[in-house]
Design a binder for this molecule. Sequence first.
Ligand code: NAD
Length: 355
Amino acid sequence: MRKHIAVIPGDGIGPDIVREAVEVLEKVASVYGHEFDFEYLLAGGASIDEYGVPLTDDTLERAKSADSVLLGAVGGPKWDGLEGKMRPEKALLSLRSGLGMFCNLRPALMYGALKEASPLKADIIGDGLDIMIVRELTGGIYFGEKTLAADSSWASDLMKYSTFEIERIARKAFEAARKRRGKVTSVDKANVLETSRLWRKTVTRVAKDYPDVELNHMYVDNASMQLVRNPGQFDVIVTENMFGDILSDEASMITGSIGMLSSASLGSGKCGMYEPIHGSAPDIAGKDIANPIATILSSALMLRYSFDLDKEARAIEDATLGVINDGWRTFDIAQKGENYVGTAEMGRLIRERIV
Ligand code: NAD
């Protein structure tokens, strides 16, 4: 298979961690007989320095014409004084909206060997956690009409969803479940909200097209409790924008390690944008100590969700698990007595296991 990948290293630790992920993809290409070519683009602070704006039209066009986008992270103290639309983070929003990405996939993945890092008790975690949150990204209350009374005595935010928006995100969730353990939990507040009742009805209808996937519904207040009480019951959680924002942060925290968590943003086609959930970590930039695993696992998501290369995605995930199980750790996940390695060495250890 031949694919063209836009690579946006960004700022801070971005270039270090993206380098490792690209080398992992190169290793996969050589082992499995694929051809990936990489086009490097600037966004965020790096683009401000070079072109004076966080994202140029040309960069967006190039990202759009790629088969997929791999992103590090953007931002840093150097650009903190800039006003809203000139800030590095604006590049992310422009990329997501420019690429039409309405679906955010956030795996909360924790290996059993790292369970000391979780704030949850070991018996709740069991052998590890593997939950996928599918969050609707471009609708709901964040995008509804906003009103503030002239005298500031009241304000409102409109929550609105169309069946079209619900149906397309539901399909992403059912398709993700098919690549995983075949279970979808749809989270809403259908006992109170009209949008949630439409959500529930629509998801139930879409489920008929996926008879091999099990569907259950849960209220959002119960879901937030179940995530810490019995997280092992979840496979894929699909939910609207605001509930997803909150639940995905909760789910990522229970895994305990920000340097390990990947994410994907998807639109209606196969192109996706893949990135770690953490930021540019300027405090550790250029020191060869950042954990590259979140970005490497993001590249595995790219193979699975944009290129349908499931075997190759699993090879990256298994290699990462093997390295962790052998006790290799970057500083952010290290406990006493474990083998401490830097960014480049962690990348090399993972690549070495892809054979
Ligand atoms: P951050 O995620 O960059 O860092 C938070 C803490 O986690 C820091 O102590 C950092 O050293 C550590 N950390 C993060 N990633 C790590 C990794 N891979 N390995 C080891 N340790 C890691 O969040 P922040 O400090 O709030 O933000 C720093 C900059 O990043 C800001 O400019 C912010 O706007 C930007 N940011 C960008 C994105 C993005 O590009 N998607 C997301 C969040 C924050």
